[in-house]
Design a protein around this ligand. Structure first.
Ligand SMILES: Nc1nc2c(c(=O)[nH]1)N[C@H]1C(S)=C(S)[C@@H](COP(=O)(O)O)O[C@H]1N2
Ligand SMILES: [Mo]
Length: 540
């Protein structure tokens, strides 16, 4: 029988649409590549002890982060906050899916060209791996094997797509159907879908194996943190207890996290060491045990991210314990014409800190503990820098492994060539916590409503905070205790006789040098946001 005969009997057969199948074949090949590579990469880091980045996903993501222009970083942090890494992951997954789908269609139409393009993308991934710090040739193996597997899958599946029976409708073969050696559309769909699923599981398993369960804090527990010679006592009246008002000390679990590390470095303190190099009389190296044997102090220091927007929450206050950096630098002997310390993290990230901030009397620490616990991995375990008065990007190096004594005209920190200022003193800032933006406040029995917030001018101290309601007079807020000029200060303001309805509140702080926060607004790049935090709210 002929097709015409079929049509006459009403059995309409649409031609098979192969392009979507080919796209799925491409996605399956991509998933096979990454599943293989990510699983192998986990084996490399976990069991072969590779210090480099052998995962192509982390490498490409890291290379992307390294090239983020300031406007994009601002936008990402403003939009996603500390979920920026998750957003990057989702963005990468979508981009890869679309690209692999296109490669699949190309490989089905023009097999040589398509396979060539697929390999080219693989080579880009391999180069990304090679560009990561501490990466050696062995770290290329997982990606290379992944690409080889992916190419095989691509050729196999696009071959199946090309051979799908021309008139296959997915229904059981009609006895009249033209004999064909090809698979059915449905079989190809299931095969490609299955390969995609297995590949995705491989990616997931690779991430889990690479991240979970590598206990980091064991050494600190085994060695025990030394008792600090000077301790911090936080007065109870440094916090207000008002619901929604920040606690004076930020719990570790709530502390903001900002860094370029797509996977938190897990360092065994037993193997950690810190080298002091560059313009010193004698280069020295200390181990974690050496560090714990020194005289530790405690200090209250508020960290702030330069990317924090006016009113933002990339700021946190903690009790840090550690050894003053100035003592280590003194031991190495800083040469007189040095003006910067380039601190380097295990993952290659760097900060350029003016040397006086590390050698004067302030509590700049090689910190090992945060609020009485060994540093959490994401906050720099085993050792990080904490420097009062400077934004994190020029000072607060986590997972620190080297202090290079140098000069600003010879070296620069990670963010400086990426559009951020060479120096990053923290700008005086204040924030309204209560009410929340567009929140409500209920008057107390005297008809007053209470506003509350925080203000910071690290290493200078906060002298005054003022609140303005609806363009009225600026009124002085009540300042809570100030245990340290290096940390923020909480404030409250009781607005008497608050009228019902919609209002607007503004806040501004004056530091202990007498300088008041500027009203001039500035974006975070290049050296920190400015302007007065303003909140709309209503009184019930
Ligand atoms: N190794 C490393 N340390 C780093 C960074 C980084 O990207 N890598 N980011 C810095 C920045 S920009 C800030 S604001 C602080 C944030 O410290 P936290 O995550 O503990 O709050 O860490 C600093 N230390
Ligand atoms: Mo930051």
């Amino acid at each position: 029988m002929t097709r015409d005969a079929d049509t006459r009997t009403g059995d309409r057969r649409r031609p098979v649409r192969r392009a979507p199948l080919a796209a799925l074949a491409g996605v399956a090949a991509g998933a096979a590549t990454l599943g293989t590579a990510e699983l192998l990469a986990a084996v490399w880091t976990r069991w072969l002890g590779s210090a480099g980045t052998s995962s192509p996903l982390l490498a490409v993501g890291g290379a992307f982060v390294d090239r983020t222009p300031p406007w994009l970083k601002d936008w990402a942090v403003a939009t996603f906050g500390t979920a920026d890494k998750l957003a990057l992951g989702v963005g990468m997954a979508l981009t890869l899916t679309v690209a692999c789908a296109a490669l699949g269609v190309l490989a089905w139409r023009r097999p040589t060209l398509g396979v060539g393009a697929f390999v080219a993308v693989g080579v880009v991934g391999t180069l990304a791996v090679l560009s990561r710090p501490a990466t050696g040739v062995v770290d290329l193996v997982p990606t290379a094997i992944g690409v080889v597997v992916g190419v095989q899958v691509l050729r196999w599946l696009t071959g199946l797509v090309a051979a799908v029976r021309a008139d296959d409708t997915g229904r059981p073969a009609h006895p009249s159907a033209r004999a064909s050696t090809g698979a059915s559309r449905r079989q190809v769909l299931l095969t490609a879908g299955g390969v995609t699923g297995v590949g995705a599981l491989g990616v997931l398993a690779g991430q889990l194996l690479g991240t979970v369960g590598r206990a980091a804090s064991r050494t600190a527990q085994a060695l025990g943190l030394p008792t600090p010679t000077s301790t911090v006592r936080v007065p109870e009246d440094a916090s207000s207890g008002i619901p929604g008002h920040s606690d004076y000390v930020t719990p570790n679990a709530d502390f903001y996290r900002i860094d370029t590390a797509l996977r938190v470095p897990r360092i065994d303190a037993q193997g950690w060491s810190l080298r002091v190099t560059g313009m010193v009389d004698e280069e020295i190296e200390i181990t974690y045990e050496d560090l714990l044997a020194e005289e530790h102090v405690e200090a209250l220091v508020t960290l702030t991210c330069v990317s924090n927007q006016v009113g933002g929450d990339l700021v946190g206050n903690s009790v840090w314990q550690g050894w003053p950096v100035r003592e280590l630098l003194a031991r190495a002997g800083v040469q007189p014409d040095a003006d910067m310390v380039l601190s380097r993290s295990v993952d290659g990230w760097t900060a350029g800190t003016p040397i006086e901030a590390l050698t004067d009397e302030r509590d700049s620490l090689l910190a090992v503990a945060m609020n009485g616990e060994p540093l959490p991995a994401e906050h720099g375990y085993p050792v990080r820098l904490v420097v009062p008065g400077l934004y994190g990007y020029v000072s607060a190096t986590k997972w620190v492994t080297e202090l290079k004594v140098t000069r600003f005209d010879a070296d620069e920190g990670y963010w400086t060539p990426r559009g951020w200022s060479e120096r990053g003193p923290i700008k005086t800032a204040s924030r309204i916590d209560v009410p929340r933006s567009n929140g409500d406040l209920a008057p107390d029995e005297d008809g007053a409503v209470t506003l509350a917030g925080v203000a910071w001018a690290q290493h200078r101290g906060i002298e005054r905070v003022e609140v303005q309601i609806d363009d009225g007079e600026w009124r002085e807020a009540t300042l809570l205790a100030e245990p340290s000029v290096d940390s923020w200060r909480l404030w409250t303001y009781a607005w008497p006789d608050a009228a019902g309805g919609n209002h607007q509140a503004r806040v501004r702080a004056t530091d202990a040098t007498g300088e008041t926060q500027t009203e001039q607004t500035a974006a975070p790049a290049p050296n920190g946001a400015s302007g007065w935090h303003t909140v709309d709210f209503s009184v019930a």
